[in-house]
Design a protein around this ligand. Structure first.
Ligand SMILES: [Mg+2]
Length: 180
């Protein structure tokens, strides 16, 4: 059986920490106050920033794919993005990179932090037919809440593993997991 991959974007496919941090620093946030993996509107509210100012300060040209990610995506017929990223920033990134996931859901697709149910519904897939690849504790929760295998983007040095994770050393390691 072949599994379908759903990916988080920032910190999983895109090495976007520098871009995220850069926007916050531009807006005067202390580097020590910056954390990752949040709904951007909530994080801006926590830091006392306007979301519009954040989106304007975010350099959509700054984030690069992690090494091996583009080679992986070339092998996939069908894949999806499930991200807390602001939809404008997220869609700009996909356009810039020429990436065409079958489904891409960003923060505006969820009422609150992202969940995988709407992505599965849009792809007409069941939890047993997918793998979720991510880099944060919330990503892990999204997968385990539905009994979906969670593959950790082990190529991101910031990603910490937990028991039960499938830790991928490189993006192309996912191909073995997906089977065929
Ligand atoms: Mg992430």
């Amino acid at each position: 059986m072949t599994l379908t991959a759903i990916f988080d974007l920032d910190g999983t496919l895109l090495d976007s920490d520098a871009a995220l941090v850069g926007a916050f620093l531009t807006l005067g946030v202390d580097r020590d106050a910056i954390t990752f993996g949040h709904v951007i509107a909530e994080e801006c509210a926590r830091l006392g920033l306007s979301l519009d100012d954040y989106v304007a300060a975010y350099d959509t040209g700054a984030a690069m794919p992690f090494p091996g990610v583009e080679g992986l995506l070339e092998h996939l017929d069908r894949w999806a993005i499930c991200s807390n990223k602001h939809p404008q920033s997220g869609r700009d990134e996909l356009t810039r990179l020429g990436w065409r996931p079958q489904v891409a859901m960003f923060a505006d697709a969820f009422s609150g932090p992202k969940r995988l149910e709407p992505v599965l519904a849009a792809m007409d897939l069941h939890p047993g037919e997918v793998v979720f690849v991510g880099d944060t504790a919330h990503d892990r929760w999204c997968a385990t809440a539905l009994g979906i295998p969670f593959a950790l983007a082990g190529w991101n040095p910031r990603a910490g593993s937990a028991p039960g994770d499938i830790v991928l050393a490189t993006p192309t390691d996912l191909l073995d997991l997906l089977g065929g």
